[in-house]
Design a protein around this ligand. Structure first.
Ligand code: DON
Length: 569
């Protein structure tokens, strides 16, 4: 992790402050999951771009250097703050289901959910949304042409970059699936040998796909040469997409969820993310408790009980708002939170109504998040994904585009847990053109003195990691401390607290068990001790000291947070 904090020039601080508070940041701050993507963002800021142009550069570069996590074949959510108008906008670039993806396609001969169909290959892939988001960001929000902001990604795709351990190891894990497809083999194997750490990884076909996008915008991906190759590749692998489904893809602009929490204005992800509603429930349940004053076991107990209740509601009520009536006003209402709080016993776990309590194995953390603030005060929180490790594993030949396996985020079989152990019912059932429920939660926090942007990957644990990060900021931690915080999670079912090894002080796990909680991990000898949880990337602007800082998750050795001061005018 490279964390660069530049100190302020006093002259600039004086220039940009009013009544002891800065009116705009002294420069720009970017945190992302790969140093090359963070650098690409600064390249575009230095060329005169704003945070939205930088977001195009960071997002597209992550698509090139972190194929394990996200890419043009996937989707994402982008939370934007426009400093000039003061408006917050949420760009929903989530994938949607092709018409062929009826629930019966995902069951095996015994009627069980078949992960071979929902997590691997063409049937696992939804229609990609990320390329449309890049176009929208550049054309509606940026200052520079799309081609300028895509240039760093195109260059890196041509020239290559060094394969890092997580990328090579991830390929080994997914090789059995990925090598089935000639388009994938061409990119990831040379003479029958898989990519290895330290190799220079070049992607000329992906560079060409990006060049077409740069030149023709939306049509450069969703129509014409690229679209034809995508359709042919999906067909050859045994799937069924239509040209109309591709060309009909649209980014949806949605109103973010917004609520107050202890003096912070929180702005976060609305459906089809489950994150914002869950955060509103959890934080409003927790608001009256003085968490810092409690011993750790009681603090964790109350946070876990808020998680349990929010994830129960996720299971039944949340899905694509264009297909499902979501009782959003009720779920985000303070009185509703108060009612939930009243059901929490101060020192007894509430047993989840167990349907199936089988603990789910921990998955690796893919997906990726970046956070940006520029010198004008514009902000972007972007979380993007191909879902599981290397998505579906399928690259349609000649495109370099690794398709997602986001279909697994639907409730393909009602009440059956997906790869993250979360399940759902009708609200998240697949339908043609419907977007699958997500946990991705790019979030802004703003108080009289501070502004923070944060987010992380981690499947169903994304929301609780963002929650813990927000509680960290509220407790006065700095950005890097927030990124490094130990993590724990509860998602209603399975009815247990999952925790990183060493997350709790000695004695806390025992105290939690005495309250009736079941635990997995958490103590020093915890289970899953080598497992990484998430990859939180955050930036913070302190208006009192006019300081920018970044937090880049220490669990990810190639991530980078960086601050560059704007030249003094
Ligand atoms: O949208 C979602 O909620 C998931 N597809 C995100 C996947 C993810 O974070 C993978 N990491 N473990």
């Amino acid at each position: 992790m490279a964390l660069a904090l530049c100190s302020l020039s006093p002259a600039f601080a004086a220039d940009s402050t009013q009544a002891g508070k800065a009116t705009h940041p002294p420069g720009a701050a970017i945190a992302s999951g790969h140093a090359l993507a963070t650098d690409a963002g600064f390249e575009i800021i230095r060329a005169g771009g704003n945070a939205f142009d930088a977001a195009v550069a960071v997002s597209s570069t992550l698509s090139v250097v972190e194929p394990i996590s996200s890419g043009l074949g996937g989707g994402g959510f982008f939370l934007l703050h426009d400093a000039k108008t003061g408006k917050d906008v949420f760009l929903d670039a989530r994938e949607y289901a092709p018409a062929s993806a009826t629930p019966d396609q995902y069951l095996d001969k015994d009627g069980k959910l078949d992960p071979e169909r929902s997590q691997n290959g063409p049937w696992s892939a939804g229609i990609p949304g990320l390329p449309a988001a890049l176009v929208e960001l550049a054309q509606k929000h940026g200052r520079l042409p799309l081609a300028a902001s895509l240039a760093p990604a195109i260059r890196i795709a041509h020239e290559g970059f060094p394969v890092y351990a997580r990328m090579a190891g991830g390929y080994q894990q997914r090789r059995e699936v990925m090598r089935r497809y000639p388009g994938t083999r061409e990119v990831y194997e040379r003479g029958g040998k898989p990519i290895a750490e330290g190799d220079t990884f070049r992607q000329p076909e992906l560079a060409h796909t990006l060049e077409l996008l740069a030149e023709k915008g939306f049509d450069g991906f969703y129509r014409g040469e690229t679209a034809k190759k995508l359709l042919a590749g999906v067909r050859q692998a045994g799937g069924r997409w239509t040209a109309d489904e591709l060309s009909a893809y649209r980014v949806k602009q949605r109103t973010p969820i917004s609520f107050d929490f202890r003096g912070w204005k929180v702005t976060t992800a609305p459906p089809p993310s489950s994150g914002g509603i869950a955060l509103a429930e959890m934080l409003q349940i927790l608001e009256p408790y003085d968490l810092q004053k409690l011993d750790e076991a009681h603090r964790v107990h109350l946070v876990v009980e808020s998680m349990r209740r929010a994830y129960r509601d996720r299971t039944f009520f949340l899905g694509d708002p264009d297909f499902t009536d979501i009782p959003q006003d009720v779920l985000t209402n303070r009185d509703y939170a108060q009612g939930l709080r009243a059901t929490i016993h101060p020192d007894r776990a509430t047993p989840s109504a167990l349907l199936s309590g089988k603990p789910t194995p921990l998955e690796d953390e893919e997906t990726t998040h970046f956070s940006i603030i520029d010198a004008e005060g514009n902000r972007v929180g972007g979380t993007q994904t191909v879902n599981l490790l290397y998505g579906s594993g399928l690259i349609p030949k000649g495109t370099g585009v690794l398709l997602n396996d986001e279909m697994d985020d639907f409730a393909l079989k009602p009440g059956t847990p997906n790869a993250f152990g979360v399940m759902g019912y009708e609200a998240n059932a697949p339908k043609p053109g419907k977007r699958m429920l997500s946990s991705m939660t790019p979030t802004f926090m703003e108080s009289a003195d501070k502004v923070a942007v944060l987010g992380t990957p981690g499947g169903s644990r994304i929301i609780t990691m963002v929650l813990l990060g927000m509680l960290g900021y509220d407790a006065g931690l700095g950005a890097q401390e927030v990124a490094a915080l130990p993590r724990y999670h509860h998602q209603w079912l399975p009815d247990l607290i999952q925790a990183e090894s060493g997350a709790f002080a000695p004695g806390t796990t025992q105290a939690l068990r005495a309250m009736g909680h079941e635990l997995q991990g958490g103590d020093e000898a915890g289970l899953g001790s080598s497992h990484r949880w998430g990859n939180l990337q955050t930036v913070e602007w302190d208006k009192r000291t006019d300081t920018l800082s970044t937090g880049s998750d220490p669990r990810n050795p190639v991530g980078a947070g960086k601050v560059e001061l704007a030249p003094v005018p």
